[in-house]
Design a protein around this ligand. Structure first.
Ligand code: TYM
Length: 325
């Protein structure tokens, strides 16, 4: 069975962007792949996090993975920092990365631009991501479009290691899952759980009133036609994308349905649709979050992940001369 690996940062609560761009699709992979889904807390600390909030966000992310339908009996769910091999292989990956190629990563440029005191971890974020993937021999890595460059670098590092030391790493294939979901307040920017403006994103745990309010105050343009045109009408195009992904309906069909109806009616229906999709997920979430299920799944997940990861780490260390014999 082919292997799938993917991860989400617990740097906030999972947004519509993470859900529609990644998490929603993970569920379907379970039937035909051996899946591992990671809560990447070591990536989250590349920018400052409140320790108490971070701990809670990790448990919430685990419960959300399960609430959307990831079954811990079929797939492995675990926390990155509970598997030390990630940081160990990340160091090896850093040693074969060039500073120039890390500085070229657009995520690094975006997150460091105009900031003083940028952490070294922000620069070495991609070698840690490469380690995550390579430790499990992943064949396929499903991610949103914003992670494409990191995956290209992962393949470059795996190839470089295989050529220089020993042919031990599987070259992972990226599986780009779909369109980028944009900020509701600035549709030129991607929706992000760490946005300072909390009207810019919808969290999967926002209550019904908040979700509705955020959708109704989403930025659109002055031409009232509901038409998909990312260049000239980015706001409504983003809302059409969200509608289409929530309802598994084509954008053309939605455009036709709302022809001549105006933004107000469209936003009201989109808010109702969003609430109806997330109500059952939130109900399951609170049941799981308040039970022992999260810790049981995470304990079993970290045991399984440690066992698998140790095997490839040892091979990589041997190949580089780090093991004594
Ligand atoms: P993160 O936590 O930013 O996002 C998790 C997943 O959600 C996707 N995504 C989006 N998709 C569409 N529209 C958006 N606005 C949007 N925002 C986020 C991301 O593409 C991602 O698939 N570096 C990764 C985490 C990571 C990882 C890994 C992923 C660490 N190690 C190994 C795969 C494999 C990240 O920051 O994801």
């Amino acid at each position: 069975m082919k292997k799938i690996f993917s991860g989400i940062q617990p740097s906030g609560i999972v947004t519509f962007g993470n859900y529609l761009g990644a998490m929603k699709h993970f569920v379907d992979f379970q039937a035909s792949y051996d899946c591992t889904f990671c809560i990447v807390d070591q990536h989250a600390i590349t920018v400052p996090q409140d320790p108490v909030a971070l701990r809670d966000q990790k448990r919430k992310l685990a419960a959300l993975y399960m609430a959307v339908g990831i079954d811990p009996n079929k797939s492995t769910i675990f926390i990155q920092s509970e598997v030390p091999a990630h940081a160990q292989l990340a160091w090896i990956m850093q040693c074969i990365s060039y500073i120039g190629e890390l500085e070229r990563m657009t995520q690094f440029k975006d997150k460091s631009e105009g900031k003083t005191g940028v952490s070294a971890g922000l620069l070495t974020y991609p070698p840690l991501m490469a380690a995550d993937i390579l430790l499990y021999g992943a064949d396929i890595v499903p991610v949103g479009d914003d992670q494409r460059q990191h995956l290209e670098l992962t393949r470059t590092l795996a190839e470089r290691f295989n050529r220089q030391y020993a042919d031990i790493f599987t070259l992972p294939e990226p599986k780009i899952l779909g369109r980028r979901i944009m900020s509701l307040q600035n549709p030129e920017k991607k929706m992000s759980k760490s946005d300072d403006n909390n009207k810019a994103f919808i969290s999967m745990l926002d209550d019904e009133k908040t979700m509705t309010k955020k959708i109704k105050s989403a930025v659109t343009d002055s031409d009232p036609n509901i038409r998909f045109d990312e260049e000239n009408k980015p706001g409504i195009s983003n809302l059409l994308t969200i509608y289409s992904l929530l309802n598994d309906q084509s954008i053309e069909a939605i455009e036709k349905e709302y022809d001549g109806k105006g933004y107000g009616a469209f936003k009201t229906d989109l808010a109702e649709l969003a609430v109806s999709v997330f109500r059952p997920i939130q109900q399951r979430f609170y049941e799981i979050y308040e039970s022992d299920e999260v810790d049981n799944a995470l304990d079993a997940g970290s045991d399984k992940a440690n066992e698998q990861a140790q095997h490839l780490l040892q091979k990589a260390e041997e190949a580089m001369g780090l093991q004594r014999s």
